[in-house]
Design a protein around this ligand. Structure first.
Ligand code: ADP
Ligand code: MG
Length: 703
């Protein structure tokens, strides 16, 4: 047996927790830190110096040699630049490590090479990082040794956000402020803060490293660009929740240990739908910490996989025709005196505050369906959303039977007098207990589903940062709360006014509620009738960021300036074009250097065989037919290859980012499909020994 792992002991071992600060800081400094954490404001330099020293001592005691301001630029991943704690030695050559309050609070990485979407020319390279005191510092243990990581926000010299954390923190403040106005109306005057909480379920694939290294497409673009479906896929549904294979189990064990040390509450693990696909879910926590932790989860998955001779694929669609990966973003909002605003209670029809919150969220999601959809888009996710896969690109809300019934009553009669309950589920076995049923079944096809006391935003892509989706969610809900509070605070008769407002919002925005099958074609038609947007791709969604509606929303709550929104739109086009360009070049490379030469070899084998068989006086019809078939597909491949080379050359020479992005989507992607088709067909007929790259079957089943 392996040695015993004591979860309580290792949990948070590598985190400079509040507990550790309390132990190591003088009382007054600790109090100051706690106050800034809870109420905002700035730490005094005197306190920052003390915190920095304590943090450094703890880090050094635990093996750290360097520190870094850890931030989240618009690349979607994290960035770090390590600085050792070393200082100038004294005359005698003795060096004492140091870390000052100033170094803790502020950093200045040369930021010229991060995407800024025109916010900053490269000659104006200054960028600043500022400590996010609400997210704890931690030690990252890697081959570099232990590094003290300080979570930070990243801004330009002129104060514009160049990262994903700054707008998220701004959105959290906005939703807190507006939600407080709502709860106050219902008599909750003690609450001082409302916190958005997030629990992201992370899906991923594992692949054997040896096979991975034989697939340039996986290495360069994170997904397969060629590959025929294996004889066995996911149709038997035997992988979902199946017994976890030993090798994967060993990976999961290590992954959990690493994450627990980092204070990440890795909780649930299971096999997912596709072969070699898995999921990890942590326990939900404050949104910005959840965002930081999700970045750590993704990073740790990749690192631990390598240790186990595997690679972790976070791409939304590593294999065509096989279930893709998403990230269910579970979201709720709770007051600091413990009230979850999304908790309906047993009788939601009588819970007026809940109904108002629900009505506001219906309004928010309906009004800004386009923005919400945009927030969940990234290059890989285009293969899921709107591509006949889970979930559709159309935003709708699933409320479940119970709430839908309440909404219906409210809309039709102005009051909801009854409420459906779950009742008992009889198992029919005397030794099994009867189960209390939930009032509502689940709906796996909804992009935005109410699941008891939270919303589950299921559109988010597996590789994406969850900062964007939660920023948008907080922002749109803050706006709806604000508008409701503006009306209700002025009302002469609160009870009547709130009743009317709930009815008004629910009536107006009922079209966003859909409890049926979100994957069906009927829904696409029905949604169109209802006037709901169906935005098919990441780049078509990009301009929603700079619509008048969006600029008004984000500027009103100080979440993004118009300039920041414009820069983000620009970055989307750039990112898209660059990503597809890499894919196109990879296909050109693989087709030209690997697949076509292999097929040419095979045609020679066939031709030789035809000659030999004929010379022996036998019938060579089969060989001849095969040769003709292969040659035809080979010709199609070669043609498409030439076409792709031309398209890529034209695309990469374009200078307008938006035009370029659309060219890649509409033209280059189409030619890529043309090249892939004959290649995948050839894979099915060419001698296996000659096929130059591992097949889907090998990639997915040899883990
Ligand atoms: P599923 O069955 O869809 O996997 P779970 O109940 O396991 O759903 O929860 C999935 C995620 O939702 C977990 O990360 C969990 O911590 C999180 N979660 C649970 N309650 C809340 C809540 N009130 N707010 C935000 N996230 C939550
Ligand atoms: Mg889920």
């Amino acid at each position: 047996m392996s040695e015993v792992m004591n979860v309580e002991e290792i949990f948070g071992k590598n985190v400079f927790t509040l507990g550790k600060m309390k132990e190591r800081l003088p009382k007054d400094v600790f109090k100051e830190v706690k106050k800034v954490m809870d109420q905002g404001g700035e730490l005094s330099m005197a306190a920052a110096n003390v915190v920095a020293k304590a943090m450094k001592d703890w880090a050094v005691e635990n093996g750290a040699t360097h520190y870094t301001h850890w931030f989240q630029p618009l690349t979607g991943i994290t960035a770090e630049k390590h600085d050792a704690f070393v200082t100038h030695p004294d005359e005698m050559g003795k060096m004492i490590t140091e870390f000052s309050g100033k170094e803790l609070i502020k950093g200045e990485p040369d930021a010229s090479s991060f995407p800024s979407g025109g916010l900053r020319a490269t000659f104006e390279a200054r960028g600043y990082t500022a400590w996010d005191i609400t997210s704890p510092a931690f030690l990252k243990e890697a081959a570099t040794g232990a590094i003290l990581c300080i979570p930070t926000a990243f801004c330009s010299y002129t104060g514009e956000a160049l990262d994903k954390k700054t707008p998220l923190l701004r959105s959290m403040e906005a939703v807190s402020k507006q939600a407080l106005r709502i709860v106050k109306l219902f008599g909750n005057t003690e609450a001082t803060r409302v916190t958005a909480s997030v629990g992201p379920e992370q899906e991923y694939f594992l692949v054997d490293e040896k096979l991975y290294k034989q697939r340039p497409d996986l290495m360069f673009s994170g997904r397969t660009l060629f590959g025929a479906l294996p004889p066995k896929g996911q149709e038997m549904e035997d992988h979902y929740f199946g017994v976890i294979r030993e090798r994967v189990g060993a990976f999961m064990k290590d992954l959990n240990e690493e994450l627990w040390k980092l204070g990440v509450t890795a909780k649930t693990q299971h096999n997912e739908v596709a072969p070699a696909q898995h999921e990890l879910a942590p326990i939900y926590e404050t949104a910005n910490i959840a965002v930081d932790h999700n970045q750590l989860v993704m990073e740790t998955m990749k690192r631990v996989a390598v240790k186990h001779g595997m690679r972790c694929l976070l791409h939304e669609k590593p294999y065509a025709g096989v279930n893709g990966s998403g990230k269910h973003d579970n979201w709720s909002i709770t007051t600091d005196n413990g009230v979850n605003l999304l908790e309906p209670g047993d009788t939601p029809n009588e819970n007026i505050q809940f109904l108002l919150v629900l009505a506001c969220i219906m309004k928010a999601v309906d009004t800004h369906a386009d923005l919400l959809r945009q927030s969940a888009s990234d290059v890989g996710n285009d293969h899921r959303l709107g591509a006949n896969e889970a979930p559709p690109a159309i935003i709708s809300m699933f409320l479940g039977e119970q709430l839908e019934d309440v909404v219906k009553q409210l809309v039709e009669t102005g009051s909801a007098d009854s409420v459906k309950h779950g009742g008992k589920l009889e198992t029919g076995v005397s030794t099994l207990p009867d189960l209390q049923k939930d009032a509502t079944d689940r709906n796996r096809t909804s992009p935005f589903a109410f699941t008891g006391n939270k919303f589950e935003f299921r559109m988010v892509g597996s590789a994406d940062s969850i900062a964007g989706p939660n920023t948008t969610l907080n922002a749109i809900v803050a706006e709806a709360f604000c508008e409701a509070a503006d009306i209700l605070e002025k009302a002469d008769d609160f009870d009547v006014a709130v009743h009317d407002l709930i009815k008004e919002y629910m009536t107006k925005h009922q079209r966003i509620v859909f409890n049926g099958n979100g994957y069906s074609d009927e829904w696409v038609k029905e949604a169109e009738k209802r006037g709901l947007p169906n935005i098919k791709s990441m780049i078509e969604a990009a301009s929603t960021l700079t619509s008048d509606k969006a600029v008004a929303l984000f500027e009103k709550f100080g979440i993004y300036t118009e300039a920041e929104l414009k820069s983000r739109e620009e970055i989307i086009y750039e990112t898209y074009a660059k990503s597809i360009n890499i894919e196109a070049l990879t296909m050109i490379d693989m087709a030209g250097k690997q697949i076509i030469p292999a097929v040419v070899k095979y045609t020679k084998v066939l031709a030789d065989s035809v000659v030999a068989v004929k010379a022996a006086g036998a019938d060579a019809t089969v060989q001849t037919d095969l040769l003709k078939q292969v040659s035809k597909k080979l010709e199609a491949m070669q043609k498409a290859l030439v076409k792709l080379e031309k398209a890529e050359a034209k695309g990469s020479a374009m200078t307008d980012a938006k035009e370029q992005a659309f060219y890649y989507k509409d033209t280059v992607m189409a030619v890529m499909a043309e090249l892939r088709k004959p290649a995948d067909e050839l894979e099915m007929i060419v001698d296996k020994d000659l096929w130059p790259i591992p097949t889907y079957g090998e990639l997915m089943f040899e883990v």
